[in-house]
Design a protein around this ligand. Structure first.
Ligand code: ADP
Ligand code: GN1
Ligand code: MG
Length: 367
């Protein structure tokens, strides 16, 4: 636990710090919810320590976030959105005006207003949640679509370059630095058997058939807050990987996290399946907001993007397992291995249901 009172003093809070607690279930950053007294009223803020092991250039990352969120806020205000300040994150400046501050130990910190009356979920409970989450991510992409200025920084280069992720897995497996390779022969074979599948989207981007856009790149369900009363998608959060990408990465990660009947780390593989009813809700929600700008080449791959992202995420969990669990936060022994197996079980489930998924997309898109 960091000293959050000291951290709060680095920002232009205009309120008195009361207390702070660790918050949320993200795998990457250290997140705290802090309560302040603001002119006699309790107000909550999020203070986050940016994981600079994962993000090597936090200043560039914060520049991306600042540009994208300011642009989104401006667009929302222009359209007279009644809840503009609840629909996008905005940064609270540090005392020197920058959107980040460093503490005495060199840690990087940032602060956001707490989005009240909304919640992130690790697991979907209703169709409406699936539809609303997808609609909100589509709206996020739409708001960012006409961002001017230079190309955004790549906060993690080749983040969704699945063929490179597979090559890294092979390299780390060959090193076998923590002697775990013999335990994962089946999983390694599963990934290597699908080498051709890993190339689909990157090849089409290289050929110019799928455009580069401003995308979120980490659209798991937990990264969109839904209204606690209406379930409406309120605010997309966790913008660290907002950078140039493909909408297929965003949609695929929604399929991966929203359509399974189980959690991301389900240990009972027999329980893992893909719920077509949820997929239908997802497609419906996403096309409601993103349908106006998507190209036919993108729509054609929406169903398959789920398989790609589940495969990629499984590859990443397996890589981290073989590397001694250094990247993702783990909460039990073999956590990354369980996560990998669950992702690969999901890949199999999607492979079985792909024709039906493609029919659903074609039907909803009217093609
Ligand atoms: P990580 O990269 O570790 O996933 P996130 O930015 O997703 O970090 O934050 C972790 C959790 O904190 C989120 O899942 C969400 O529950 C909560 N959270 C983050 N920012 C806010 C915010 N502005 N308002 C309310 N809750 C937030
Ligand atoms: C991480 O930051 P968080 O917990 O929302 C990861 C994603 C993975 C996800 C798997 C920057 O997301 O890419 O899909 O875990 N984020 C980063 O749960 O690596
Ligand atoms: Mg998150």
């Amino acid at each position: 636990m960091h000293d959050l009172k000291t951290i709060s003093g680095l920002f232009d809070m205009r309120a008195d710090f009361i207390q702070a607690q660790p918050y949320g279930s993200g795998h990457i950053n250290d997140t705290y919810c802090a309560v302040y007294d603001q002119a006699g009223r309790p107000m909550r803020y999020i203070h986050q320590r940016i994981n600079d092991h994962v993000f090597k250039n936090p200043a560039a990352l914060m520049e991306n976030i600042e540009r994208v969120t300011r642009h989104s806020l401006q667009r929302l205000l222009e359209m007279d959105h009644p809840e503009a300040h609840r629909r996008t994150l905005v940064t609270i400046p540090a005392l020197d005006g920058r959107p980040w501050a460093r503490d005495a130990d060199g840690n990087w910190w940032r602060t956001f207003p707490f989005i009240e009356g909304a919640k992130g979920y690790d697991e979907v409970e209703t169709h409406q949640q699936a539809r609303e989450a997808a609609k909100a991510f589509g709206e996020f992409q739409k708001l960012a679509a006409d961002l001017g200025g230079p190309r955004l920084h790549e906060t993690i280069p080749d983040f969704h370059h699945t063929p490179k992720r597979l090559a890294t897995l092979q390299a780390i497996a060959n090193e076998d630095s923590v002697s775990r390779r013999t335990r994962v022969a089946i999983e390694l074979e599963f990934a290597l058997d699908r080498e051709m599948d890993t190339r689909k989207v990157t090849d089409l981007i290289a050929l110019g058939k799928i455009p580069e856009r401003v995308t979120h790149n980490d659209t798991k369900l937990g990264n969109v807050l839904l209204d606690e009363v209406t379930a409406e998608g309120v605010c997309v959060i966790d913008l660290d990987t907002t950078m140039p990408g493909s909408v297929l990465y965003d949609f695929g990660d929604m399929v991966r996290t929203i359509c399974p009947s189980t959690r991301e780390d389900e240990a009972d593989l027999n329980r893992i399946d893909l719920r077509l009813d949820r997929f239908e809700a997802l497609v419906d929600g996403y096309l409601t907001s993103a349908g106006s700008f998507l190209l036919p080449a993108e729509i054609a791959l929406l169903a398959e993007s789920g398989k790609l992202l589940a495969l990629e995420c499984g590859i990443r969990f397996l890589t981290d397992f073989l590397d001694g669990d250094r990247y993702f936060k783990t909460h039990r022994p073999d956590h990354n291995l369980d996560r990998c197996r669950a992702q690969f079980a999901l890949v199999r489930a999607i492979e079985k249901r792909l024709p039906e998924m493609e029919d659903l997309v074609a039907h909803r898109a009217g093609i």
